[in-house]
Design a binder for this molecule. Structure first.
Ligand SMILES: Nc1ncnc2c1ncn2[C@@H]1O[C@H](COP(=O)(O)OP(=O)(O)OP(=O)(O)O)[C@@H](O)[C@H]1O
Length: 461
């Protein structure tokens, strides 16, 4: 895959700099550079996300427009996107993320519960709108200074039904006025109704796991666009995910023999299937690791289980060093993957290519979370399980008595959030480069960025 093109156009695009004062860069990901900025009209602090990949930008914009108004999803204020330019998303600014919060460690149970509830609510919002995020991990749950958690980084997200997404046209400069979305109304309203029933009647809930997935299955069948995405403008692109592994890649004796694991991205051909090469490895569901291109919202539920485990232990649950090592770690804890433990697994594209020595005594999730209660471990188990249909939904988990029994979740205002000075002070020349970046800007070293109301200059030492 070619490296994504980079530019520093954000500093020179007058449509942006007349409205926003760029203060410094706060971070970079595979496809984006994110800057801290201030809206000139009212001084509001925002994040400007310059996305170097148009597919990733389309996905993020579309998902955030659908999720507008969701309490635990980052707010997209507006975006700029002209032909031949990178998309620049104007997002609400959040000073830290759950990975940093977890790094501080030492939570009480009430704090763990409040973080979990917020993460669940974010994922539930996505899933009720049939949006699969596909890259859930602690670093993508951003956190405001006052403890509100917001899911971000929707660059890999997909909407699993026809969305009617209108890609920006030539010469379009679009702000987020009214979305032209025409969602699949039937599916969305069915899921919303189910979900509301669940919220309103926690004790006599009529919504079962089976029912939720029955509706999803119906929609999968009904919607021609599901999985193959034939009708949308969004495709997985022609990237390829190729992992060639031999036993030398891993030092785990579970993995036998020498083999090649290839999970080809098929989005580049006309099939437009989902790609298995999504998400950050440690949080990647086993069906993805086995190359599935026919998966659903459940991949997020696996990732969520890994995030919960990390919240409970302050350690990553499966920190694999390669895709095969990742699977091998999972197998050593959960046991062998076969038709008995996961009906249908043998049909996964790479099932025959990757095999492990039989694990007689899997260590089980209890061993990974030694100081946690059986109830806490059971919650993780209900998410981190092989067969995707057995994974509990976010909606169901929100109703679990874990969250309504003592010790109760602490109020958001009592959550301890690591101090950040981003978003409060500032004129920080060069921004917060300690977060790491591969941006072209970095080759120039520290930048001195000077702005006035009408001008912006970048001095390269
Ligand atoms: N709204 C925001 N407020 C503050 N910081 C943000 C915001 N959005 C993103 N960031 C920071 O910018 C960095 C890169 O953002 P992001 O992860 O969204 O980019 P990406 O290229 O899509 O990432 P990835 O490589 O994980 O796909 C992250 O470190 C994140 O903490």
């Amino acid at each position: 895959m070619d490296p994504p093109p980079k530019s520093c156009s954000i500093h020179t695009r007058s449509e942006i700099t007349t409205k926003y004062e760029v203060i410094g860069r706060v971070g970079s990901g595979a496809y984006a550079d994110v800057y801290h900025a201030r809206r000139r009209s009212d001084g509001a602090v925002v994040a400007l996300k310059e996305v170097h990949d148009s597919q990733s930008a389309s996905r993020e914009i579309e998902a955030l427009r659908v999720l507008k108004g969701s309490q635990n999803v980052v707010v997209l204020h507006e975006f700029f996107w002209r032909e031949d330019e990178n998309a620049v998303l104007v997002l609400e600014f959040l000073g830290t993320d759950l990975a940093t919060v977890i790094g501080e460690g030492g939570f009480g149970v009430g704090e763990v519960k409040r973080w979990m509830l917020q993460a669940l609510s974010a994922v539930d919002e996505c899933h009720r709108n049939l949006i699969v995020h596909r890259d859930l991990k602690p670093a993508n749950f951003l956190v405001s200074d006052d403890g509100v958690l917001k899911l971000a980084d929707f660059g890999q997200a997909r909407i699993l039904v026809e969305s009617g997404f209108d890609a920006p046209q030539e010469d379009d400069e679009v702000s987020n006025s009214e979305s032209s979305l025409q969602q699949h109304p039937e599916a969305i309203s069915q899921l919303r109704n189910l979900s509301q029933t669940g919220y309103e009647n926690p004790d006599q809930r009529t919504v079962s796991h089976e029912e939720y997935f029955r509706v999803l299955d119906e929609m999968k069948t009904k919607s021609e666009s599901y999985d193959t995405d034939r009708e949308t403008n969004i495709h997985d692109g022609n990237t390829s995910c190729l992992a060639t592994c031999t036993t030398s890649d891993i030092d785990d004796e579970l993995c036998k023999g020498s083999f090649t694991y290839e999970a080809e991205e098929v989005g580049g051909n006309e099939l437009g299937c989902l790609t298995s090469c999504v998400g950050t490895r440690w949080f990647r569901a086993p069906e993805l690791l086995y190359g599935s291109t026919d998966y659903g919202l459940e991949v997020d539920l696996w990732s969520l289980g890994c995030v919960f485990a990390e919240l409970l232990t302050s350690k990553p649950l499966f920190p694999g060093t390669s895709d095969v090592d990742q699977l091998s770690r999972i197998v050593s804890v959960l046991g062998n993957i076969n038709e008995e433990t996961w009906p249908g697994c043998s049909k996964l594209p790479d099932y025959g290519n990757i095999s492990f020595l039989k694990v007689e005594y899997p260590s089980d999730l209890e061993a990974c979370m030694p100081n946690r209660t059986p109830h806490e471990v059971s919650l993780v188990k209900r998410l981190v399980c092989y067969d995707p249909v057995n994974r509990i939904t976010a909606m169901e988990l929100l109703q679990d008595k874990y969250f309504s029994e003592e010790p109760l979740p602490v109020p958001i205002s009592e959550l301890r959030v690591p101090l950040t000075n981003i978003g409060q002070d500032q004129d920080l020349p060069g921004g917060h480069n300690e977060l790491g970046s591969d941006s072209d800007l970095e080759v120039f070293g520290t930048l001195n960025i000077t702005t006035t109301d009408s001008d912006l200059s970048i001095q390269i030492p």
